[in-house]
Design a protein around this ligand. Structure first.
Ligand code: PHE
Length: 380
């Protein structure tokens, strides 16, 4: 409460001072990052933060940008959307960052993006896929960008993939508290039905659900060929074991929200599929450089999608500042909008008119403790 009040006061002081953009003078350029380092989806924030820090280290080792070192102020939002608003307000107003990087979860990018829009500070989301993050009610948000594809594309590919697997009757489970889950459910449903598939059950749950057995039992009664769950890994970690408990043994599949070091460790996840942004098996030199450097820095661990997207987000912002020629919010915003053919480790990044990137999507299959590349779909 006291911290919130402090930031609110800082905001008032800023407005009182004519809303002047804090100067980025001195020997460094200061950027902000907000991430879920703790809370329900902590692995999202931890991974994206690790990727970002690796990129930061590389950039500063090569002399930084515009002859200055970059410093990143990182704030933990605890996996909570209202906390995301508080910490982004602090970064933008009290710290006077030149740009904000974050978040992974769409709901929190929608929340933080509102603050960045209000104060005209550029924000780059590494991984949020809900369409509304960058375009709401047909209007592009001038200051918010992402370097990943959207769920309009992901849902379409997941629908197509299900049909290609020969699954005609699919059951769905949606987290009604997450914009991500609701949006991906909608686009999957449309694509799957348009291709001749049938949704035989549509079950819902809330963000704090721990017992999914009644939903899973009702799904079992409908005899689906497969179950589509566009949820987050913490939910998947409960749903998959409980599905086995109620005797539901058909294949499960989902979207990028499944990605976490925890999902691949689940015995009940073996054989399941999910769509994602990246496979560490990709032989492209940008990918292999990143995978090696990440392993060297982080005890031999293999990076996940949030890590590679955090890494690329930091590099795209540094590239935009270089092209802008100054650490000025409006100049960085304009440069971000013009990002073209950036050689990212997560794919080539061009920001389109809707502030999104068009990139390939991979389908991964979970095998003993790892997610193996199963199929790749090109961007549309
Ligand atoms: N796309 C998810 C969202 O918008 C976040 C996410 C990205 C999760 C990548 C895992 C991997 O909420």
């Amino acid at each position: 409460m006291r911290r919130t009040l402090g930031w609110a006061l800082a905001a008032v002081v800023m407005i009182g001072a004519g809303c002047k953009q804090p100067t980025q003078s001195g020997s460094e350029i200061v950027l902000g990052e907000y991430a879920s380092l703790t809370g329900q989806t902590a692995s999202f924030g931890q991974s994206s933060h690790e990727g970002l820090m690796l990129a930061l280290e590389e950039i500063n080792a090569q002399g930084g940008v515009l002859g200055k070192k970059i410093r990143v102020i990182t704030e933990d939002d605890g996996s909570d959307a209202s906390q995301a608003v508080n910490v982004v307000q602090k970064l933008v107003n009290a710290d006077g960052v030149a740009a904000v990087i974050g978040e992974v979860a769409s709901k929190r990018s929608l929340a933080g993006g509102g603050v960045c829009e209000q104060y005209r500070c550029p924000m780059l989301s590494p991984a949020s896929t809900n369409p509304d993050v960058t375009v709401e009610n047909g209007k592009v948000k001038p200051y918010v960008f992402r370097i990943c594809f959207t769920d309009t594309f992901q849902g379409r590919i997941d629908g197509k993939f299900g049909l290609e697997q020969g699954w005609k009757n699919v059951a769905m489970m949606t987290n009604v508290d997450e914009d991500y889950s609701k949006g991906l459910s909608d686009s999957f449903r449309k694509a799957f039905a348009a291709g001749g598939g049938r949704i035989v059950a549509q079950e819902s749950y809330s963000g704090d659900t721990k017992d999914f057995k009644s939903q899973l039992s009702r799904i079992k009664d409908k005899n689906p060929d497969a179950v589509y769950v566009p949820g987050y890994y913490n939910e998947i970690g409960l749903i998959l074991p409980q599905a086995r408990q109620v005797g539901l043994s058909v294949p499960f599949f989902g979207g990028d929200g499944w990605d976490s070091p925890q999902t691949v460790k689940l015995p009940e996840a073996r054989g399941a599929f999910y769509s994602d942004h990246f496979s560490p098996e990709d032989p492209r030199p940008e990918v292999q450089h990143f995978v090696q450097a990440y392993r060297a820095k982080y005890g031999g661990r293999t990076p996940d999608a949030m890590a590679v997207l955090g890494y690329d987000a930091m590099r795209v912002v540094a590239d935009a500042i270089t092209r802008a020629g100054k650490a000025d919010r409006q100049a960085i915003t304009d440069a971000l909008a013009q990002t073209k053919d950036f050689p990212g480790a997560s794919g080539t990044i061009t920001i389109d008119a809707e502030h999104n990137a068009r990139k390939p999507i991979v389908i991964l299959q979970i095998k003993n403790d790892a997610a193996a590349l199963y199929k790749t779909y090109p961007p549309e």
